[in-house]
Design a protein around this ligand. Structure first.
Ligand SMILES: Nc1ncnc2c1ncn2[C@@H]1O[C@H](COP(=O)(O)OP(=O)(O)OP(=O)(O)O)[C@@H](O)[C@H]1O
Ligand SMILES: [Mg+2]
Length: 239
């Protein structure tokens, strides 16, 4: 199969419900979403509308109850567990809403992890991790533990960890929520560059209107459904 003919992401009829105290919570109520390669898509909408649920299914870390999600023409549902784990580790970068750094590991060790899991040697992994930390402006914090970093610095470590293994598809859950204006712009410029120069595909969940101008497309969710889908010309340096 020629993967270049496939969209980066193709979701069809996604449904997901959770159970809380015996009651169903309908997080996704039939979502269709297609994202071309080299697009930067912002996913917006009120708290609880299903954004994290949707990107978790796209990233292969959560199963939908119904519907299908394909990454470059290959379905998550059809993949066996070992294949799924391997694909997640190679194809996907995930910046979690709550950072999910490992408290006992330094910044450079946290960022090295995806490379070590993919079979890299420690020295090589730490060299690449250090280079990525430099890129997010943390070259002078390599050996700090998460608790020795500010919230915004921890967020940038989480971003470096999502990018270090050079994944084709990058999913970010509120990547600028803990960042001040300057660091927020630095991170968004880096993410934009990954799309424009490196040909990556990005899906960024955000409430932060400062970052809207960086995107090619803004998709709005409400109560588990897509209610707006707007294509725009990105501005490289929105003020
Ligand atoms: N593990 C869970 N168990 C039960 N309900 C859940 C669970 N995870 C999410 N939900 C519910 O599903 C709905 C969608 O949640 P989700 O986390 O996808 O929303 P969100 O758009 O990312 O919100 P936020 O902007 O606050 O991060 C919400 O009503 C939430 O309470
Ligand atoms: Mg969320």
């Amino acid at each position: 199969m020629n993967q270049s003919l496939n969209p980066a992401v193709s979701c069809r009829g996604l449904r997901k419900q959770y159970w809380m105290g015996g009651q169903p919570v309908h997080a996704l109520r039939g979502v269709d979403l297609e994202i071309a390669e080299r697009q930067m898509v912002l996913l917006s909408g009120p708290s609880g509308c299903g954004k994290t649920t949707l990107i978790s299914i796209i990233a292969g870390v959560l199963d939908a109850d119904d519907g299908d999600c394909q990454i470059r023409g290959r379905s998550w549902a059809a993949a066996r567990p070992a294949e799924r784990t391997r694909r997640r580790g190679v194809e996907i970068g995930f910046v979690f809403q709550s950072f999910q750094l490992i408290a006992a590991l330094t910044a450079v060790e946290n960022v090295s992890l995806p490379l070590l899991l993919n079979g890299a040697g420690r020295r090589d992994a730490e060299k690449r991790a250090a280079a990525m930390l430099h890129r997010v402006g943390l070259g002078d914090r390599l050996n700090n533990l998460p608790k020795q970093l500010s919230g915004g610095q921890q967020q940038r470590v989480a971003i470096a960890r999502a990018l270090v293994h050079d994944p084709q598809i990058i999913v970010c859950d509120e990547p600028t929520s803990a960042l001040d204006a300057e660091n927020g712009r630095l991170v968004m410029q880096l993410l934009r560059e990954l799309v424009t120069s490196d040909g990556k595909t990005l899906i960024v969940v955000t409430h932060d209107s400062r970052v809207f101008g960086f995107a090619d497309r803004i998709v709005t969710l409400n109560d588990g459904q897509i209610v707006a889908d707007q294509v725009q010309t990105p501005v490289e340096n929105p003020s």
